[in-house]
Design a protein around this ligand. Structure first.
Ligand code: FAD
Length: 531
């Protein structure tokens, strides 16, 4: 079996992965692996923008307070302040990569505002901010000699010293990787593995996440024994375009920030019934209100009304959304836009510090796969790209100058991947069926509004499904589909276990059995798998 050595092994090519790689390249050799093309990631789909206090009338304290309020006071105050305060450096890093954020005619930044923010503080590049950032980072990464990128390479499992029979404290020394094109499995050996694998939106039937969001990093870390926390907090984006041909197209929150209101099919505004902030209430409240409105009326969707803004404005401010809606026969300047909630963001994940340290030596986690304490029980809009940017920078500052980075020679030999008695898969239909079953049951039983009964039912069903997935995994040679299915099943189970432990309603976790918020905010921490 081939072994590839590097000083820093970065898994993922979104904002967290590419920014980590760019910073770490000053300190040593970086290998980035990503399971699709580089741009196949959530980052590429981000529309709204990136938070950063820049307006003289705005302050870091205000941003931190908005973040804590959105997170229902479960966020870690010191982490929230630290990340908000480092945001300007992160924005500068992107500008250095060549990102051109929108400016006003007078040359000042065109900062926008989204739900839950008390000030205008969102940097944006039209309504395709993520795409512009991703393209700029990819260009920069390609220019840096110290960074080697392997696309279509999916990490199977992390390599832990204890699993390969070495004594001493258990640490991560790399991973096994499947080359999706050739089918070859090789090892990557590195003293520093950085997971930047994004969230697990695909665990739900309806999601605006791309196909890469199968929670691989969270499942890899869990199997390696890392602590996982707060998985019950899944953010549902309230306004995904509802159209049979529109797959995961979001109507960004910036549209409500610029004046759109939510209405029913008769054009009647309904949000004020649920929250005094109306259509500008935080995401969880808006998603729950829409869910409740749809259940009450039996309608398949609700609508966004931004007709008052006029065509010229809409075409300039939201060119991408405007054009996409037009493709589906919806004219934002004349028509109501049909929308439904969809799984959007994973607030919890691998327990990590703001500089990426996890509970496992040698393993770091950055971006959406990590749970740093910034989001608490709910993410404030546009705080996630900011977190990925800042934490990539802080992680590199921790790992870079550290002597461990240069202990490549001391990293042990990694034994060859064993296929055992596995045979080529001949029943792909089973994989497809298990995928569908997990996603449907998570949508039906572990969605926006939860109950003890539904969670118990989900837990029972998932236990059986996990056994079936495990049997399949060991019986057949690995394929990208089976790897993702295995990880999806782990994430589903972690979400249910965390949800069952939380006996209150807080932020994104809303249960009819415990509708009140408890006095003392507490994390839900699961100790890593010890199988
Ligand atoms: C439609 C949409 C709109 C959004 N809008 C905004 C916004 O306006 N502002 C904001 O702040 N946030 C927004 N978000 C959220 C934000 O985009 C994500 O939180 C952020 O991009 C996560 O970055 P990341 O680098 O952590 O993960 P990602 O960008 O998802 O990257 C993960 C990478 O890991 C790779 N990977 C995963 N598993 C493996 C494996 N096993 N082996 C190899 N590679 C692997 C993937 O292929 C991918 O390259 C939006 C998200 C969506 C879906």
């Amino acid at each position: 079996m081939k072994t590839v050595d590097c000083d820093y092994f970065v898994v993922g090519s979104g904002m967290a992965g590419l920014m980590s790689a760019l910073h770490l390249a000053s300190y040593g050799r970086v290998l980035v692996v990503t399971k699709g093309r580089m741009r196949d990631c959530n980052t590429n789909f981000a529309q709204g923008g990136i938070c950063c206090v820049m307006d003289p009338a705005d302050t870091f304290d205000k941003h931190a307070r908005d973040t804590m309020i959105a997170g229902a006071w479960l966020g870690k105050t010191e982490v929230v302040h630290e990340i908000c305060e480092h945001a300007p450096e992160g924005i500068r890093d992107l500008i250095d990569c060549g990102v051109r954020f929108a400016k006003k005619r007078d040359g000042s930044w065109d900062l926008t505002r989204e739900g839950g923010h008390s000030a205008r503080r969102i940097f944006h590049a039209g309504d395709i901010t993520g795409e512009k950032c991703e393209a700029a980072m990819i260009r920069r990464v390609r220019d840096v000699k110290a960074i080697d990128v392997r696309e279509n390479a999916i990490v199977i499992d992390l390599v832990m010293t204890r699993r390969i029979g070495l004594g001493g404290p258990n640490r991560c020394v790399g991973a096994y990787v499947l080359d999706k094109m050739s089918g070859e499995i090789y090892a990557v050996r590195s003293p520093n593995t950085i997971l930047a694998t994004g969230g697990c939106g695909k665990v739900y039937l309806y999601t605006c996440n791309p196909d890469t969001a199968t929670g691989d990093g969270i499942a890899l870390a869990w199997r390696a024994g890392a602590k996982i926390e707060n998985m019950e907090f899944i953010q549902f984006h309230p306004t995904c375009l509802y159209h049979p041909l529109a797959r995961r197209f979001l109507i960004s929150e910036a549209v409500r920030g610029e004046g759109a209101v939510l209405v029913d099919r008769h054009g009647r505004e309904f949000m004020k019934k649920y929250d005094p902030r109306g259509s500008l209430a935080p995401r969880d409240i808006v998603a729950r209100s829409i869910d409740s409105e749809m259940k009450r009326t039996g309608d398949d969707c609700v609508y966004l009304d931004i007709r008052k803004k006029g065509r010229a404005y809409l075409m300039t401010r939201f060119p991408n959304i405007y054009q996409k809606c037009m493709e589906f026969g919806i004219d934002m300047a004349k028509d109501l836009i049909p929308v439904v909630p969809a799984a959007h963001y994973t607030c919890g994940g691998i327990q990590a510090t703001s500089d990426g340290a996890t509970s496992i030596p040698g393993l770091s986690a950055v971006g959406e796969c990590a749970s740093t304490g910034l989001h608490g029980a709910n993410r404030l809009a546009s705080n996630s790209l900011m977190e990925a940017l800042v934490c990539a920078r802080l992680t590199a500052a921790r790992l870079g100058p550290h002597p461990e980075a240069f202990m490549r020679g001391k990293v042990p030999e990694i034994p060859a991947w064993k296929t055992g008695a596995a045979v080529p898969p001949d029943e792909a239909v089973l994989v497809a069926h298990m995928w569908d079953e997990i996603r449907r049951l998570m949508w039906d039983y572990v969605g926006i509004v939860r109950t003890n009964k539904r969670l118990a039912r989900a837990a029972r069903r998932l236990k059986t499904l996990r056994r079936e997935v495990r049997d399949y995994y060991f019986r057949y040679l690995v394929t990208p589909d089976t790897l993702e299915l295995r990880n999806l099943a782990v994430c589903a189970e972690l979400i249910v276990r965390c949800a069952q432990r939380r006996r209150e309603s807080r932020g994104l976790h809303y249960t009819l059995d415990y509708p009140k918020q408890s006095k003392k905010p507490r994390e839900t921490v699961l100790d890593g798998y010890r199988g």
